[in-house]
Design a protein. Structure first.
Lengths: 328, 437
């Protein structure tokens, strides 16, 4: 049902002297305040599970706070200053950004291509469309464990295959770039289908007659794709990029489970695949139990995501050229 | 009409929100058995293999009001310890009894307010049931609070694969094998012979485990401390025991003896199954882990010999009762039962955990015991022989974090990412950084 807030006819205000009936007052109250009640559940939940932890984390980050200790000491921004000069933190930032770039770019391109394929006349179309979502339904932990085994140094199938084509075994877990690639593969395996379905939904909203007139004008399929589909998909692409940014920069389960054994939270002996969330965990929990420092990492991660998301949107606007203005 | 349905919707939304909030608020509560006099469920949090299943059954049979649930068996310590710390910090979630490994105990002892003082519950009478140093480890620095009662100690041996030794033309009888390596340098020489025979397996699993064994042994035999001295000063770069253990480990790596299977990783577990290494430094509690990892196919292929060098202790745990437990009295009773000589013997029989009770160590059940999985090796005799003379190693406040850094440095050298010299520099600088956090 539509809540028509301003649907009241602009009648002249009722004379003040006339006491409005009880029913009338209730109705006034209703139209005025009930919209706030409708949205209140979200804000209540957000307040309890979003805003409060956010502020509390910030409060913790201003303290020298041993996780188990009592009476943490207030130290102002010391944790942040230390973090700025902490090479391990910046190392984790570079890892996170690296994994983000080499997972997200191919993932979105692949999703776009998949969506385009699924948008054609296919036999058993629904089956195909559902099939691309299956990796997303699988539990992350299961995916990560299977991939960690596939990318094993000595017993892994990938190295076994590489061996057959004469490439030396790669130590996927102790080589920085190789570990990024392995983790990106995991992320893409899980999320490409999901993004493809989102793109597909948007593609189906594009009027058919645009394509018809384009083909009358002699545009081939790829021309139609780049000149009609992609520009009209831009708002959806922006959405997908922002969601991928948030997910990509908070990457934890995949790299954590990719590294098994002692100190897996380091992401390899030289922190090859340690993401920022893993670094946060390492500091806030085992083995350092420095809750304050870990909280400072969390806040800087928050800032980082905001910056990267903004950069992404700006870049997309720029790349899209004039097309970007159409959807405003 | 429209007004009415709108209002109703608002009411529904409010009710829904309140309901959601209240369910989440109560989500953590587990008061189903809080009723007085009713049956009590005790949750026991452990890691690795404690071997308590039969003991629980026995206890439940004699205490019909108590139900015992164990969580975490088979999980590794790295996963367990952050969880336990979070439960303690949150004041909710921990079991009624929690197992604490000795390396982590120092961390928890610094904040004893999280645990029940067992001295207030008659534990003082039990002092004689434990090796002196094991008892003392459970006490806070001022000696006024007892955090936990000891379960096992980590007497050392060397576990080896008889079939791989035979393949390499080495002796397979445990007495002869023990004679092969009185020192770690001898162990390396045997390793080189083994390697020359190209059996398709490495001589040992990973340099980190071996490093830790050598360090605890060297430290136990000399200063009695490793990364921290007894005044809690970080001495990673000045304690000769640390450097000596590091250098010996570098010799092992130089000779190419390590299979480089990062300890406790999935590859490590696979390497057990696929018979990819011939020896592993083996504290008593590891025998249960080997059996679990190598599986039934490994039965009778493993055996236990003396460890190179002289004895040593690695690991061993304690049972503690967190203050947050709602059934402290019942939990303390169960802790006393599990850590009694009888309980320790039961755990040894099930999973090889070597008792920390002098009475249990002398018990025929231990002394005469043989382990069928390890080719009938007299594990009781091998491990218990050294146990009474075990030299414990003191551990300082950030022991776990510092140890992590040093072991990682060893690992980078093992993987060829760092030279031994660079590795040592990393170990020292990173250890200092970790200790300062």
């Amino acid at each position: 049902m539509a809540v028509q807030l301003d649907a009241r006819p602009p009648v002249a205000p009722a004379p003040r002297t006339a006491r409005p009936s009880r029913r009338h007052r209730l109705s006034r109250f209703d139209t005025k305040y009930s919209p706030y009640l409708y949205v209140a559940p979200f804000f209540l939940l957000f307040g309890v599970f979003g805003l409060y932890p956010l502020i509390y984390t910030f409060w913790v980050s201003l303290h020298d706070w041993d996780l188990l200790g009592t009476n943490p000491a207030f130290i102002g921004f010391d944790n942040y200053t230390a973090l700025m000069g902490d090479p391990d933190f910046w190392h984790a930032v570079v890892n996170t950004l690296g994994i983000f770039v080499i997972s997200t770019v191919p993932q979105l391109l692949l999703a776009l291509w998949l969506a385009n394929l699924l948008n054609r006349q296919l036999r058993a179309r629904t089956t195909w469309r559902m099939a691309v979502l299956i990796p997303n339904v699988t539990s992350t932990a299961a995916v990560a464990i299977v991939f960690a085994v596939l990318f094993g140094r000595e017993f892994g199938m990938i190295n076994w295959l590489l061996d057959h084509v004469g490439i030396d075994a790669i130590n996927w877990k102790a080589n920085r770039f190789a570990s990024w690639v392995a983790i990106s593969t995991m992320v893409d395996w899980r999320w490409t289908g999901y993004n493809a379905l989102i793109f597909l939904a948007a593609m189906q909203a594009i009027p058919r007659d645009l394509y018809e007139s384009a083909s009358i004008d002699g545009a081939n399929r790829s021309r139609q794709f780049w000149s009609i589909t992609v520009p009209l998909l831009k708002p959806t692409i922006v959405f997908a990029v922002i969601i991928s940014t948030i997910g990509g920069l908070q990457l934890f389960t995949e790299p954590r489970l990719f590294n098994s054994g002692t100190n897996a939270i380091r992401g390899g002996p030289l922190r090859e695949s340690q993401t920022v969330t893993m670094y946060m965990f390492e500091n806030a929990f085992a083995p350092n139990y420095n809750f304050g420092y870990g909280s400072a990492v969390a806040w800087l991660l928050f800032a980082l995501i905001a910056v990267v998301a903004a950069v992404n949107v700006l870049l997309l606007r720029r790349l899209g050229g004039g097309a970007g203005k159409e959807d405003t | 009409m429209a007004t009415f349905s709108r209002r109703r919707l608002a009411a529904v939304a409010l009710v829904a929100a309140t309901a959601l909030l209240s369910t989440t608020a109560c989500g953590g509560g587990d008061d189903d058995d809080a009723g007085a006099g009713g049956p009590v469920t005790l949750t026991v949090d452990t890691f690795g293999q404690f071997g308590y299943e039969e003991l629980y059954k026995e206890y439940m049979a004699s205490h019909p009001d108590v139900k015992i649930v164990e969580r975490g068996t088979g999980s590794n310590l790295d996963e367990y310890s952050p969880k336990l710390t979070q439960w303690l910090a949150a004041g909710k979630g921990a079991g009624d009894i929690v197992a604490i490994e000795e390396g982590l105990l120092v961390e928890y002892k610094a904040n004893p307010q999280n645990f029940v003082n067992l001295l207030d519950h008659g534990a003082a009478d039990l002092k004689g049931n434990f090796l002196d140093w094991k008892w003392n480890q459970g006490l806070t620095a001022d000696g006024k609070q007892l955090i936990g009662l000891g379960t096992d100690v980590g007497g050392m041996a060397m576990c080896y694969r008889k079939d791989l030794f035979a393949k390499a033309g080495l002796p397979t009888e445990r007495d002869q094998v023990s004679k092969l390596w009185p020192t770690w340098q001898d162990y390396i020489k045997v390793g080189e012979q083994f390697k020359a025979k190209n059996t398709g397996a490495s001589f040992l699993d990973a340099a980190t485990n071996t490093f830790n064994t050598i360090l605890l042994q060297t430290a136990g035999n000399t200063s009695g401390y490793s990364y921290y001295d007894t005044n809690d000063n970080l001495v990673v770069d000045s304690n000769p025991a640390v450097k000596q253990a590091y250098d010996t480990t570098m010799d092992i790596i130089d000779s190419g003896l390590s299979g480089k299977y990062g300890s406790w990783s999935e590859e490590w577990v696979s390497a057990f199954k696929q018979s990819k290494f011939a020896t592993i430094a083996c504290p008593a509690w590891l025998t249960g882990v080997i059996e679990g990892n190598a599986g039934p196919a490994g039965k009778g292929k493993w055996d236990v010999a003396d460890v190179p060098g002289d004895g040593g202790n690695w690991g061993g745990s304690f049972l503690a009762v967190p203050k947050q437990s709602k059934h402290q009295a019942e939990a303390i009773e169960l802790v006393k039962f599990l850590t009694s000589a009888k309980g320790q013997i039961g755990a040894f029989k099930a999973k090889g955990a070597l008792p920390s009770s002098p009475q249990a160590l002398q018990d025929p059940a231990i002394v005469d015991s043989q382990n069928a999985y390890f080719s009938g090796a007299p594990v009781g005799k091998i491990f218990a022989a050294g146990a009474k003379d075990l030299k414990p190693v003191y551990m300082g406040p950030k022991n776990q974090a510092v140890r992590t850094e040093v072991e990682n440095a060893v690992r980078t050298v093992e993987l060829g990412q760092r030279s031994p010299e660079q590795g040592w520099t990393d170990a020292v600088t990173n250890a200092k950084k970790a200790a300062a956090k």
